[in-house]
Write a protein that binds this ligand. Structure first.
Ligand code: ATP
Ligand code: FE
Length: 356
């Protein structure tokens, strides 16, 4: 089976071709991503209208590049997978329209994919993980523990009750005067900082369960920064680095402590190959990866994290999630709609309204 994947739910326009066979397993034949950082740089965040227009302009070209990279023509594929939510609606619509056009022109089936399922199923693409595995999905807009029972069955154990960590990294970068996206720039600054320099809270650790909160951390960091500002309103490089390191340490501690609890709940299932996997943009963070690996090790559980390029948004994960759906005999028709909100655990039963 060979699927073309299309992703345009946020600020990355992406297309990829993924192949799977019983014999060779999963193979990424091509994986093309075009970011939009430069377009949004002046605005301190992603502007939905600008993003949607850029997707529309770039999608055809990215699809062309992905097919060419794979050495295939569209008719060599078996289906077209596209992110149909959740995300910025204009971008999702641009991708869905593009996929529908290609489907209509080629006669290939259309497979709508939940973007979060794309992230959550990535470890099956990269490491061939068997079900059920424990997934920490930690990205720009989401943070949740999921037991992945099947490609269409996700059980949510808990998650953030306010901000997502990626969003917090991005806001903290803005507060500290570091470039966007915030995750990589805060991680870089933290390398030169002391994680104990500023005492920041570890919210909700006293509460049972796997729920998390990150908005108080952001407020605490803002206060700490104001205390560190010089008379002329500037922030010394050392403070920038120390604040970054202290913030990263707090997020890491919370994620690690809650992972320990999620692992305990997962252990009750007595899975054949107990595995903790992490995915989403924040999974690119080395300090967080190391802390999660340590939790897994002390619980006697295997740990996997995708290569960095497959943590942040990409179309290989969409092609793969589409392939998993397609393999189950599911596809969509031209009534496939774009969904701005689409929680993964309710995606379980009929994964899509128009699913056949
Ligand atoms: P979602 O998947 O929840 O819809 P999204 O698609 O916008 O949101 P991703 O592309 O999965 O999110 O991840 C982007 C987020 O990951 C950004 O907030 C970015 O700051 C964060 N991120 C990227 N690299 C790192 C890193 N090295 N450390 C921490 N955060 C990172
Ligand atoms: Fe994402």
């Amino acid at each position: 089976l060979t699927l073309l994947g299309i992703e345009s739910s946020c600020d990355d326009t992406a297309a990829a071709v993924v192949r799977w066979s019983e014999q060779d397993g999963a193979q990424i034949l091509s994986n093309h991503v075009a970011g939009q950082e430069a377009l949004h740089a002046d605005f301190g965040g992603v502007v939905p209208e600008i993003a949607a227009r850029a997707h529309t302009e770039k999608l055809d070209h990215m699809v062309e590049a992905a097919l060419q990279g794979a050495g295939l023509r569209l008719k060599d594929c078996d289906a077209i997978a596209v992110t149909s939510g959740p995300g910025l609606i204009g971008g999702v619509l641009a991708g869905v329209m593009c996929a529908k056009g290609l489907s209509l022109a080629s006669g290939l089936p259309l497979v709508g994919v939940n973007h979060l399922a794309g992230h959550a199923l990535t470890p099956r693409l990269t490491d061939g993980l068997p079900f059920p595995y424990l997934m920490l999905l930690v990205s720009g807009g989401h943070c949740q523990f999921l037991i992945v029972h099947a490609a269409d069955r996700f059980e949510r154990l808990g998650g953030t009750i306010d901000d997502a960590p990626g969003e917090a990294f991005d806001k903290i970068a803005r507060i500290l005067g570091l470039p966007q996206p915030g995750g990589p720039s805060v991680e870089r600054a933290a390398l030169e900082g002391d994680p104990k320099a500023f005492a920041l809270p570890r919210p909700l650790l006293d509460r049972p369960g796997c729920d998390m909160s990150f908005s108080g951390l952001k407020t605490a960091l803002l206060r700490a920064r104001d205390g560190a500002l010089a008379a002329d309103g500037s922030l010394a490089r050392a403070d920038q680095c120390n604040l970054s390191a202290s913030f990263q340490a707090a997020i890491t501690d919370v994620l690690a402590a809650k992972t320990k609890r999620a692992l305990a709940a997962y252990a009750a299932l007595a899975p054949a190959v107990p595995t903790l996997a992490v995915a989403g943009g924040v999974a690119a963070n080395q300090t967080i990866r190391a802390a999660l690996a340590a939790q897994a090790e002390s619980a006697g559980v295997r740990f996997t994290a995708p290569p960095l390029a497959l943590c942040t948004d990409n179309a290989a994960m969409i092609a793969w999630a589409g392939l998993e759906r397609f393999r189950l005999g599911e596809s969509d028709d031209l009534t496939l709609s774009a969904r701005p909100r689409w929680p993964l655990d309710t995606a379980a039963a009929p994964m899509l309204g128009s699913g056949k």
